[in-house]
Design a protein around this ligand. Sequence first.
Ligand code: AMP
Ligand code: MG
Length: 285
Amino acid sequence: MSDGPWAFDAWNELRPGPRFSLADLDTSATPGFSGGSTKAGHLLAEIGEATSDLQERLYAHGRSGGTRSVLLVVQGMDTSGKGGIMRHVVGMVDPQGVELHAFGVPTPEERRHHYLWRIRRALPLAGRIGVFDRSHYEDVLVVRVDRLVPPEEWEKRYDEINAFEDEVVGGGTTIVKVALMISHHEQYKRLHQRLERPDKYWKFNPDDVDSRAKWPAYQEAYQAVFERTSTDVAPWHVIPADEKWYARLAVSQLLWQALVGLDLDWPSAEFDVAEQLARLEATGT
Ligand code: AMP
Ligand code: MG
């Protein structure tokens, strides 16, 4: 895709191929971009404007009976920058058109249901951009790493998730799955920073250190996610995220591409425009 604010086909370039290995990913790389954070900031603002226009079109489409929607699924280890994506990327579009859901440890009620129950309830309405801060993928990530269910249980979830997403896409939703990947050392630096600054203590969770201690198991679980759930209908996009500005740029480009892909026109008027103009004139200028 070359027509647009950033001539980079993030959709295809950031997809993990058949031989993708997370262990070999350079998380400090900035694929498709040669400038620094300042240039990226300007570009982000441009993409934001283009995205905002398209989102309004999507919203209008939903209001006039259309069935399309977009779902942005954001995954990543603690400190990988999920919150920044919410603020800097999702924050660029009209909040009226966005439905944001953060998924934490399941509540007692959620626990009584199938793991996809809470996910289904959070799917975006027609015309909206749904955003998941963590998602059903936690059910094959933390659940697998912490052995919250037996292996035969999580093992069958990959196929189940693929079938579920296929159904969601079939219903008119474009799914954009992004995984923000940072290095072990970058996470150390970010956690350390949270412990250095009183204004960052609130972001620190002692559990994050426990998760960090299981880094190799998480890398393995993410690798399995990419191998088994990056389908043609709902591919993954692996984002090198040591540079926060790059991750934001890449995710905003992906969201923009998804909206362009909807190829929506403005809904036509459901009234006679000439007649309404005449009525308006009749009321005086
Ligand atoms: P945070 O995103 O930092 O607010 O943390 C949310 C926490 O909820 C993380 O530690 C996740 O691993 C955890 N979590 C999310 N979904 C699940 C799930 N299905 N089962 C268990 N823990 C989960
Ligand atoms: Mg956390």
